[in-house]
Write a protein that binds this ligand. Structure first.
Ligand SMILES: C=C(O[C@H]1C=CC=C(C(=O)O)[C@@H]1O)C(=O)O
Ligand SMILES: [Mg+2]
Length: 464
């Protein structure tokens, strides 16, 4: 039976075929419909059956924006340093600029999502083989929830087969029902491997010495914790735990075959919504207290601690001056406030600005990444120092991860508090901002604290 909806889908397909032959390239069709309330996690779980290893999850801290993508309608990649941000944007524009849609809702349409490695110049290891320096996906099917309104989008091409469109319709109906399979048994940790803590602390000392010599002001050094389990890690289960425990963070999951990059980050890099730009300075950390009084005391200590204020201020200055290059009305409060999550609290300064039509999302990411919250200050010398001193392959850890739509709006976060899941292994990453008076021992403890969100979601630490 041909439904009215399928008739519409076929109609757009016929229209796209004509357009494709005129412009001599395949034309993308993006069909969106409003759907009833649907739990995004159930949708994410359900999509594993048809799109194993090809799922994406994104939610902002307030959950006013949730996206779940599945399948690959098109992939956009770039490797190496040359213009990777603009390269992806340009290629996406080439297709999205010619796309056909079934409705004029400017909010919902085709979206690509993905991420960038932290530093394309760093020597690569095999660990991140499945994650290119720039990799974005236009999903086959996407669920979007914006301000509690829910939509399903299917993306197909002028050169698709009719049988493929029928199959898409069928899968869309099935996914709309969701799946509530839950996994009661999480695998157990067999072993945790880390580089010798003394070697890491020595590298902190090397950097503080250089900072004291006036070579630079700040460098962020990270370390990796490799966690081995007695069984395969279940992505759905980890995401479910993160959703429960890290409600004040952006949550993200990018599956690439048997690998999955997942995390719960509090840190936004940039959001562009028409001419409005938002960014965030997040640097300077302390733990959470067991009682309200203790917690407030810790927060107060952080707000008045000179080392942390300096670590934070370098980020504020850099983000403000980077945005001032292409924006006007760059505004921040004069003092940082506290951003609290389950295991940690940070100094936080929100930034807003306005920009002109000619400025693109890639321009903004290119200007901002890496901020001194992940790289250091000044940028070049701190990046060279990380390449030289840090004994790990960051891959997508601390890189920009996010989405862009066809109006060139979108949002990128900084992919920290994250881990790469590969079968029975998880590689977790955590870093901290090193300034002149950093103490190696307390920086080490700070990274331990930053591993906790992922360790806990993996079932690795028992919460008190
Ligand atoms: C580099 C990380 O955190 C950054 C973000 C917030 C606070 C930070 C700090 O206090 O050192 C770091 O700059 C990480 O979590 O791996
Ligand atoms: Mg710090």
């Amino acid at each position: 039976m041909i439904t009215k909806q399928f008739h519409h889908i076929l109609g757009l397909w016929e229209e796209a075929k004509v357009k494709a032959s005129n412009i001599n390239q395949p034309v993308l069709i993006s069909y969106t419909e409003k759907v009833d309330q649907l739990d995004p996690l159930k949708y994410f779980k359900a999509s594993a059956r048809h799109f194993p290893g090809q799922r994406f999850y994104w939610s902002n801290p307030t959950k006013s924006h949730v996206m779940v993508g599945a399948g690959v309608a098109k992939e956009f990649t770039a490797n190496g340093t040359q213009e990777r941000f603009h390269g992806i944007e340009k290629e996406w524009k080439r297709f999205s600029g010619q796309s056909l849609k079934n409705q004029d809702n400017q909010k919902i349409g085709p979206v690509i999502y993905g991420g960038f490695s932290f530093d394309p110049k760093k020597e690569k290891t095999k660990l991140w083989d499945n994650f290119a320096d720039a990799l974005f996906v236009l999903p086959t099917i996407m669920f979007t929830s914006i301000d509690n309104e829910n939509y399903m989008t299917i993306n197909y091409w002028s050169d698709s087969e009719e049988s493929h469109l029928q199959e898409l319709m069928r899968i869309k109906e099935e996914l709309g029902k969701g799946s509530s399979i839950s996994h009661a048994f999480a695998p157990e940790i067999v072993k945790c491997l880390e580089m010798d803590p003394n070697d890491w602390k020595e590298s902190i000392q090397t950097v503080t010495n250089r900072i004291s010599d006036g070579v630079m002001d700040k460098v962020v050094l990270a370390r990796e914790l490799r966690v081995l389990f007695n069984d395969e890690i279940n992505v759905d289960h980890v995401l479910e735990n993160l959703l429960e425990e890290q409600s004040n963070s952006y949550l993200f999951t990018v599956e690439r075959g048997s690998d999955c990059f997942i995390g719960a980050t509090p840190e936004q890099l940039v959001k562009k919504d028409s001419n409005h730009v938002h960014s965030m300075c997040l640097a300077g950390s302390i733990g959470r207290g067991a009682t309200l009084q203790e917690d407030e005391k810790l927060g107060k200590n952080l707000l008045t601690d000179n080392k942390n204020i300096h670590e934070h201020e370098l980020v504020v200055q850099m983000i403000k001056s980077a945005l001032q290059e292409v924006c006007h009305d760059v505004t921040t409060p004069t003092e940082p406030n506290l951003y609290k999550m389950k295991h940690i609290q940070h100094l936080h300064t929100p930034v807003t600005a306005n920009t002109g039509k000619e400025v693109t999302l890639a321009d903004l990411v290119n200007l901002l990444h890496p901020t001194p919250a992940l790289g250091g200050y000044p940028r070049e010398i701190s990046m060279e120092t990380i390449r030289e001193v840090e004994k790990l392959d960051r891959g997508w850890y601390a890189g920009p991860l996010g989405w862009m739509d066809e109006q060139n709006d979108g949002e990128f976060i900084v992919a920290i508090r994250s881990g790469l899941l590969q079968g029975k292994e998880a590689s977790l990453f955590a870093g901290c901002g090193i300034v002149g008076d950093s103490d190696p021992e307390s920086e080490y403890r700070e990274t331990q604290m930053k591993f906790r969100p992922m360790l806990s979601a993996l079932g690795g630490i028992k919460e008190s």
